[in-house]
Design a protein around this ligand. Structure first.
Ligand code: HGY
Ligand code: MN
Ligand code: MN
Length: 415
């Protein structure tokens, strides 16, 4: 089938949207969002539904030791490595319908479109969903694709602690997705992920397709502050070792570090857990998360060093102990120039407005980029919202992104 043009081939946008909405019913929360934290029962039900769709499409389904699921379809020469697409179907607690889910279901839509048209591809087409991409329950993020790409040993991954006191391997067994296939996984010929932008750029510029050139560096820490619990009424201010106040100062410091460094630097304290977390007790302990990101690794290092200085200063002046644990540490990633160029040409040929851009969010494609040529396709997020129940992307944009994926994969699979 090498090089044959299928210029008029298009996906079925309403079928794609129906699958997105059907999957979003699993773990649905108030406000139209979704909560399917990795390896929870909701995640299992979502997995089961997507696997049933893969089965209906006649795909060869492989589940690996970290629970990644890859469906493979077609290919006249099975000795050829597959062209792969996909993303994730786990969500954060206040997730939307599209983050990750869209990339997986667009891949299934591509397969169904090819099957309906009776097209036989040279290379097999693989569609994957990776375990714990969000990293919200088990740090780091992009965990499943990191293990798939050989970036973390399976034994280490299975032993990771959850924020809820669980162990990853036990939860994977519990939901029945500890698969027989080994990690690292099959190295694809190329990997293309379509994803909602999760930011404001495309919508603000009125552009329908983003060609993603790379992903910024990501650094996560879990910081434990140990002070002394004491009576809120009887303890003079000068005698306090207040872990709550230290945590609050550190959260402000993270924000100030990001603003001072500027550029693409961002800093977030998304989780703070105080103990005993009571109105009349000076907090004896605080555990907080820190998320630092920058497109430039030297600047990200500056931010990490500044965080260390802030911890030292706060520990001294508050009389508390501060312990830092790095839970994610990924350099910035540049995607493959040829795949980037192919996506851009394909979008242009399909009549889409298109621009190149970097990704602020982490994605599975950044891990697959370690083993094969990879790049991403973005579609606009209304109001730039994501990790928010009001996350929304217009059906026409979802369809356009899936068509760009279809024709990009058609080019990549031809030998
Ligand atoms: O953390 C991230 O950027 C992604 O949502 N996992
Ligand atoms: Mn995502
Ligand atoms: Mn996400």
């Amino acid at each position: 089938m090498a090089g044959i043009e299928f210029t008029d081939l298009r996906v079925n946008g309403s079928r794609l949207l129906q699958r997105i909405l059907a999957l979003a019913d699993i773990g649905a929360i108030d406000g139209g969002g979704v909560c399917r934290l990795a390896l929870t029962d909701e995640d299992r039900l979502g997995r089961d539904l997507v696997v049933s769709w893969m089965t209906d499409l006649g795909m060869d389904i492989r589940i690996d030791a970290i629970g990644n699921v890859v469906g493979t379809w077609g290919g006249t020469d099975p000795s050829l490595s597959p062209v792969m697409c996909g993303s994730h179907i786990d969500t954060v607690r206040t997730g939307g319908k599209y983050d990750g889910n869209y990339g997986v279901l667009a891949g299934l839509e591509v397969v169904e479109t090819l099957a309906e048209a009776g097209i036989e591809t040279d290379r097999p087409i693989a569609v994957g969903f990776f375990t714990d991409e969000e990293g919200a329950r088990f740090h780091p993020d992009m965990l499943g694709s990191l293990v798939y790409a050989g970036g973390m040993a399976i034994e280490v991954a299975l032993d990771l602690p959850g924020i809820d006191g669980t162990r990853l391997g036990e939860e994977l067994d519990r939901i029945g997705y500890a698969g027989p296939h080994p990690c690292p996984g099959v190295v694809p010929h190329a990997f293309v992920e379509v994803h909602v932008e999760q930011g404001p750029v495309l919508e603000a510029k009125g552009i329908s397709i983003g060609v993603v050139t790379g992903v910024q560096g990501i650094h996560w820490e879990e910081i434990t502050i140990t002070g002394q619990s004491n009576h809120a009424g009887t303890t003079p201010m000068a005698m306090r070792h207040d872990a709550g106040n230290a945590a609050a100062r550190l959260a402000v410091a993270v924000r100030d570090i990001a603003i001072t460094i500027g550029g693409t630097q961002v800093g977030t304290v998304g989780a703070i857990d105080l103990q005993p977390n009571l109105v009349n007790v000076v907090a004896g302990r605080a555990v907080l998360s820190v998320d630092l990101r920058n497109t430039d690794s030297a600047e990200l290092k500056r931010a990490i060093d500044a965080l260390g200085a802030a911890c030292g200063e706060i520990a001294d002046t508050e009389g508390v102990a501060i312990e830092r644990r790095t839970t994610a540490d990924f350099d910035p990633v540049d995607f493959d120039p040829e795949v980037i160029a192919l996506i851009e040409q394909t979008a242009d040929r399909l009549g889409c407005s298109v621009q190149q851009m970097a990704s602020g969010a982490g994605h599975d494609a950044q891990m697959l980029a370690r083993v094969c040529p990879a790049a991403m396709i973005f579609v606009p997020s209304v109001k730039g919202l994501s990790h928010n129940v009001n996350e929304y992307t217009r059906p026409a944009d979802l369809e356009a992104g899936a068509n760009v994926l279809l024709h990009t994969l058609l080019k990549l699979q031809a030998v």
